[in-house]
Design a protein around this ligand. Structure first.
Ligand code: ASP
Length: 308
């Protein structure tokens, strides 16, 4: 099977069958990654461009490695520091990149909707690698892959997502993906970091982290995104850690064997303590490895679509 759309712009509206297809394909890709020879021919003759207007470590490198492992030509355009901010400039850039015969463009941008705009103007498939505070679909896919791998499935899981929900595209993509796959999502944050409209999206929201964590199968910490917020949304970092941080005492409230996750980069001692981040229940390192497998699967499925 291939994916029905040219682009992956978000998980909102993506059917469970397609999410499952990506996760199942990623399982096969993980076997290849674990072998002595990571090379496959699946992207031979294809050009994959990463176009990043915001910083990244994990996402950009894992897309680049995924492309290279599968024999594709990977190139990067780094726009940090550029003055591109207006829609028209983005469209011009997109057209130029399309003319360079790219098959897939992976875009990270601080503006919500930037990848959607780009997708309308290019023949290449566009993958959203994070747009403003809207979505980061490949992060949620690798999170779901990790849950499925460790806990045997996604349907019926209680997932507590704790931290700066307002500014988190990871939170939104997980909400859409997890609810489509039958999990229950609870968001916990101080009221200033908890958008009330989320309650209408079929999840639970609470200001009490302990309530969210109790009975959770998965506890996901979110980074406090200091670059996206005006000062004053919470009193002090120390106070934030005390009331909302993932500490060993809080994790002890979750179900036995619950997973601890974080998309990275972490603010240790703020949203998560080092004892938890490096503890037995943490799968944060595995999330990173799984990110490569999931991105290999996605590139394979999207480019396969183009040749059918
Ligand atoms: N790396 C993730 C993102 O780009 C999470 C974060 O930055 O906090 O959205």
């Amino acid at each position: 099977m291939a994916l029905s759309k040219k682009d992956l712009l978000g998980l909102r509206g993506v059917p469970a069958s397609e999410i499952s297809e990506i996760l199942n394909t990623a399982e096969l890709m993980k076997v290849i990654l674990a072998s002595n020879n990571k090379k496959t021919p699946h992207l031979q003759g294809k050009t994959i461009l990463t176009v990043f207007y915001e910083n990244s470590t994990r996402t950009r490198l894992s897309f680049e490695l995924a492309s290279k492992y599968m024999g594709g030509v990977a190139a990067n355009m780094s726009a940090s520091g550029s003055s591109v901010a207006k829609g028209e400039s983005l469209i011009d850039t997109a057209r130029t990149l399309d003319r360079l015969a790219s098959d897939v463009m992976i875009l990270r941008h601080s503006m919500t909707g930037a990848p959607h705009l780009m997708a309308q103007h290019v023949k290449a498939s566009v993958i959203n690698a994070g747009d403003g505070t809207n979505e980061h679909p490949t992060q949620a896919l690798l999170d779901m892959f990790t849950m499925k791998e460790k806990l045997g499935g996604i349907s019926g899981l209680n997932v507590a997502i704790v931290g700066d929900v307002t500014h988190s595209r990871v939170a939104r993509s997980n909400l859409w993906g997890l609810t489509t796959m039958g999990a229950k999502v609870t968001f916990a944050a101080p009221p200033t970091l908890l958008p009330p409209e989320l309650a209408a999206a079929g999840c639970r929201v609470t200001e009490y982290v302990d309530d969210a964590v109790r009975e959770a199968d998965v506890v996901m910490g979110l980074r406090i995104q200091l670059e996206r917020q005006q000062k004053g949304l919470f009193p002090t970092v120390r106070e934030y850690h005390r009331y909302f941080g993932l500490t060993p005492e809080r994790i002890a409230l979750a179900k036995k064997g619950a997973l601890v996750m974080h998309p990275g980069p972490m603010n240790r001692g703020v949203e998560i303590s080092s004892l938890v981040a490096d503890g037995e229940q943490s799968v944060i390192d595995e999330q990173v490895t799984n990110g490569v497998a999931v991105r290999m699967a996605l590139l394979f499925l999207l480019t396969r679509r183009n040749v059918q």
